[in-house]
Design a protein. Structure first.
Length: 175
C-alpha cells in the first residue's frame, strides 16, 4: 500500500497522516517485511490478477498491450546491507552519474493499453564490495528453499536470464 500512499518507508508511514489507520506498531511491519517465508511474489501476482479482473472483466487483449522489463538503480546508503554492491546509475543528472552503492531493481510490467501492472520484480547486485567492506556486510542465515533464500539466489543471477524467467511467469499469470 505504501506506493499508493506515495510513501517509501515504514518510518515515513508513521510520520504521515496515515498513521491512524492502523493500530500496529512499527516492529510488526518490519517483522512482516523481513519474514523470509512471506510469499511476496504470489501476493503481487494475486493483487495484479484481481486488478486485471476488475478493470478488464472480459479478458480482452488490446493490440497495444506489451510486457515491459525495466531495470532501475535503487540507491542506498550504508555498506553493511546484505548483498549491496556498486551499481551504475546512467539516468541521474551529471552530478549523480556513475557507480553508487545500492541494487538494481528489475521490474516486469504489463501494459494493457491503458494501465501498467507491476507483475514481478527482482533485486540484483553488480560489482561486489571488496576487502573489509565485504566482511562488514550483514549476513542472515535463512531456511533453505524458503522464499527469502530464493530471492537471495536471484540477487546474483544475470538480469537478462532472470528477466526471461519472470517474463515467462508473467505470461502464465495473465492466462
Amino acid at each position: 500500500m505504501f506506493p499508493l500512499m506515495l510513501l517509501r518507508t515504514v518510518n515515513a508511514f508513521y510520520k504521515s497522516q496515515y498513521e491512524g489507520i492502523t493500530q500496529m506498531q512499527k516492529d510488526v511491519i518490519y517483522r512482516l517485511k523481513n519474514n523470509e517465508n512471506m510469499p511476496w511474489r504470489k501476493l503481487l501476482y494475486g493483487v495484479c490478477k484481481k486488478f486485471q479482473q476488475l478493470v478488464n472483466p472480459q479478458g480482452e487483449i488490446d493490440s497495444k498491450s506489451a510486457f515491459i522489463l525495466d531495470d532501475t538503480a535503487d540507491i542506498r546508503t550504508g555498506r553493511r546491507i546484505e548483498n549491496i554492491s556498486f551499481v551504475h546509475d546512467h539516468v541521474g543528472g551529471k552530478s549523480k552519474k556513475g557507480s553508487k552503492l545500492g541494487f538494481k531493481k528489475l521490474v516486469l510490467g504489463y501494459h494493457d493499453g491503458k494501465n501498467i501492472l507491476p507483475l514481478d520484480f527482482s533485486i540484483h547486485s553488480e560489482k561486489k564490495l571488496k576487502g573489509k567492506k565485504r566482511k562488514e556486510q550483514y549476513k542472515k542465515k535463512c531456511v533453505k528453499n524458503s522464499n527469502g533464500d530464493k530471492r537471495r539466489k536471484e540477487c546474483t543471477e544475470q538480469k537478462n536470464t532472470n528477466g526471461l524467467a519472470i517474463a515467462s511467469q508473467g505470461i502464465l499469470m495473465l492466462k
